[in-house]
Write a protein that binds this ligand. Structure first.
Ligand code: DHB
Length: 324
């Protein structure tokens, strides 16, 4: 048998630490991507996904928006659009799944919460205490008619977080799913708010809200809800995602992890997110297109990149983006 060389794939680790737990593989699903049903959650459990993250849930189950509400095409493999409208089975279902999933899989279960009001969010967060390893509170769903993205309203975000962190029974780690920001003053203002609270992590970014993809042959939008407006994902959002990871990492206190999400298709994309400062990386559009086998492939690709560069662990290059 040949001896293991120090830079063999086997000696390269993708372990990361989040919410005080070691996580075997720093790559997992984005909320919304193949994580709504019992079967989908089990598929994530059985896959190489480092975490099982649920679909954003509301107080009551929801059918969501009319179909078609998701679009992806080989003609434009670099972008997707979705307007699911928070179709989900209600928070009680995702809470119950915690017992099953924790018994079967040795990986954390995180529930994404997207209540339709402050009161709903507070109630759901209270009820989910002890039923999951963490909650990812969604400040950025763009697809419910009449409900603006709270993360773009700084006063409303401050108010919501004041109330969340006043919940007496709060002991489950809490993260935030952020919308994309495009102006440096917005990073400053939002980081000032987030730094006031014992937040475990933020995830950057949600889709680019209210985009419009047009089919010029049909002279129609490609999805039905909101006259075709929906959240844009896929490779084209990667530069915005990387900038958000980088800008928040620079501004947040070091106890708050930043999870990268946006435009991740390959090991190189994960590598770039981690270089920008991400503790872990989520996969959305590519997971929907490829299925859960994407995790194994992306991990393999990342390990090969690390092997060639001589890195053994993620800390060897995390946040080490160089200036020109
Ligand atoms: C939906 C889309 C999002 O981007 C999100 O954060 C939550 C829900 C949706 O349309 O279901």
């Amino acid at each position: 048998m040949s001896q293991t060389k120090p830079n063999d794939e086997q000696s390269i680790s993708l372990v990361t630490e989040l919410i005080g737990l070691p996580i075997e593989n720093a790559i997992w699903n984005a909320a919304g991507a193949l994580c709504t049903t019992e079967k989908e959650l089990h598929n994530l459990g059985q896959s190489q996904s480092g975490v099982i993250l649920s679909k954003s849930c509301t107080l009551d189950p929801r059918e969501g928006n009319p179909l078609p509400r998701y679009w992806c095409s080989e003609r434009a493999p670099f972008m997707t659009i979705n307007s699911t409208g928070l179709a989900n089975q209600g928070y009680k279902f995702y809470g119950k799944m915690g017992y099953q999933l924790s018994a079967e899989y040795d990986k954390p279960y995180i529930i994404s919460v997207s209540g339709l009001s402050i009161e709903d969010n507070l109630n759901i967060i209270k009820e989910l205490q002890g039923k999951c390893h963490a909650i990812e509170l969604n400040l950025s769903c763009p697809n419910v008619i009449g409900k603006p993205q709270i993360g773009y309203d700084f006063d409303a975000t401050q108010d919501l977080l004041n109330q969340v962190f006043s919940i007496p029974e709060l002991n489950t780690p809490l993260g935030l799913k952020m919308p994309p920001y495009f102006d440096l003053t917005h990073f400053d203002q939002m980081a000032d708010i987030i730094n006031q609270f014992p937040i475990s992590f933020i995830t950057c970014i949600n889709s680019l809200g209210n985009g419009l993809i047009i089919d010029p042959i049909e002279e129609k939008a490609v999805i039905k809800p909101k006259n075709g407006l929906g959240g844009i994902g896929g490779s084209i959002v990667k530069p915005i995602a990387l900038s958000n990871v980088y800008n928040f990492r620079k501004r947040l206190n070091s106890k708050i992890d930043v999870i990268g999400c946006g435009g991740v298709r390959t090991g190189w994309d994960v590598f770039e997110h981690i270089l920008a400062g991400a503790t872990a990386v989520q996969v959305g559009s590519q997971l929907v297109e490829e299925g859960t086998s994407c995790f194994e492939r992306i991990q393999k690709e990342l390990k090969e990149i690390m092997r060639i560069k001589g890195y053994l662990k993620l800390e060897d290059f995390r946040g080490k983006l160089q200036s020109m």
